[in-house]
Write a protein that binds this ligand. Sequence first.
Ligand code: ZN
Length: 266
Amino acid sequence: MVTKSRSLTLNKLFSLLIKLIGLTLSGLMLYILFRRNALVKSAPSKPKQTKQINPQPVIINTKSSQPEQIDLSGWQYILVNYDHPVTQEFIDNLKLVNTPEGYGPQLKVDERIYSQLEQMLSAAKADGVELYICSAFRSVDYQTKLFNNKVNEQLNCDLSKEQAIEEAASWVAKPGCSEHHTGLALDIVAPSHQILDDDFETTDAFAWLYKNSPKYGFILRYPKNKKDITHVNYEPWHFRFVGDKAQEITDSGLCLEEYFSKIKQI
Ligand SMILES: [Zn+2]
């Protein structure tokens, strides 16, 4: 009897255990189903996993990338280069004044650029940068002397006369074709670096001029890699007055010839 009773109790316990397992499994199934359903339902409202892109402000470019039309007949836009000799009329109408004192030998510039030149030199001085003007206005006669000297130098290098003239012209403009005839161009260096060579670009004077000269109406006239157009080698010391458009021309990366031809196309 005792054995039968124990066997009944075990049977009851076993069936209870089965029920419990059944209930647990059912609960688990229901839970999984519920979770799945909930996930599916919530999916559309879930934010999309897209790459975070920082919002960019809308910039309205008020400055046109195209240069605006300007009257190139203005005196400050005179083009003097290999193909465009200065006119006698321009030379006859020149009014020259001495360069500001304290910046090298006394030289001559067009009186119309004196004020801005003086302001530029003073601003450099205030910034602790010393500038030295080693060349400004040149007469055609003086240019002839400079040019002939350069041609003779080249002839000593076993070049034909034609080759010597061609080579000399890339260093010293042919008489009549130098911007220095206009009184608007200056060779500016530093008291500590008066040699006209590429190393001038490593000086504080050049760094200052490169950054600030456009504010006073000057451009670096013979930039790097423009010799095919200007016919002049890179000259980090040669600055030319063009007035209000100096910053725009500098920012454009164009040399003066390229800038003018762009203006003519407008
Ligand atoms: Zn020069």
